[in-house]
Design a protein around this ligand. Structure first.
Ligand code: AMP
Length: 184
């Protein structure tokens, strides 16, 4: 049973790798960013609440994403494993997740830290052309990553859950390293 959390700065290639690995392992790829973008497109309540935060590169409030993740992890396809991409993004969310997994009986999760230097992630983000990828928003997202999300590296390494993969390589090389590292 594979339960993986993907960590890493925006632009490290998390989304692509998480999606590819999930397809390879035949488990759901659960991206909180994708779910939120979908909600915005469908103009749901959740989408309306999340939009302004996302447009500015800020995190949306914990409660919104936590409810979303709880609902998603309770679905039947998530009972045979999953890859979480974009959650948790701060220590309070990690604490929520630990309790949730415990109550769902879904333990043994591992965390993949996909690491890449600032120059690499900035170049990649500027080339990506997503709506929330303007230079100012990118700068803010990197700041939020450094202040709120990067502390999760220590959080998970203290709990012996952290695996690190060098994201500063070609997609194929990263994928090879990923498969090797999760095979233990
Ligand atoms: P992503 O696609 O993972 O880069 O996420 C895009 C945006 O969605 C982020 O910049 C946040 O505004 C929001 N978001 C995604 N996941 C979370 C989360 N776990 N907590 C708060 N906001 C999130």
């Amino acid at each position: 049973m594979t339960r993986l959390i993907f960590l890493g700065p925006p632009g490290a290639g998390k989304g692509t790798q998480a999606q590819t690995l999930a397809a390879f392992l035949q488990i759901p790829h659960i991206s909180t960013g994708d779910i939120l973008r979908q909600a915005i497109q469908e103009k749901t309540d959740l989408g309306k609440k999340a939009q302004s935060f996302m447009d500015q590169g800020e995190l949306v409030p914990d409660k919104l994403v936590e409810d979303m993740v709880e609902e998603r992890l309770k679905k039947s396809d998530a009972q045979t494993g999953w890859i979480l991409d974009g959650f948790p993004r701060k220590v309070t969310q990690a604490e929520f997740l630990a309790k949730l997994l415990n109550s769902l009986g879904q333990g043994g999760e591992q965390v993949v830290n996909l690491d890449a230097p600032d120059e690499t992630v900035i170049t990649r983000l500027l080339g990506r052309g997503r709506k929330d990828d303007t230079e100012e928003v990118i700068r803010r997202r990197l700041e939020v990553y450094r202040d709120d999300t990067a502390p999760l590296i220590n959080y998970y390494s203290d709990r012996q859950k952290l695996l690190t993969v060098n994201g500063n390589q070609s997609q194929e090389e990263v994928f090879t390293d990923l498969k090797n590292i999760i095979a233990g």
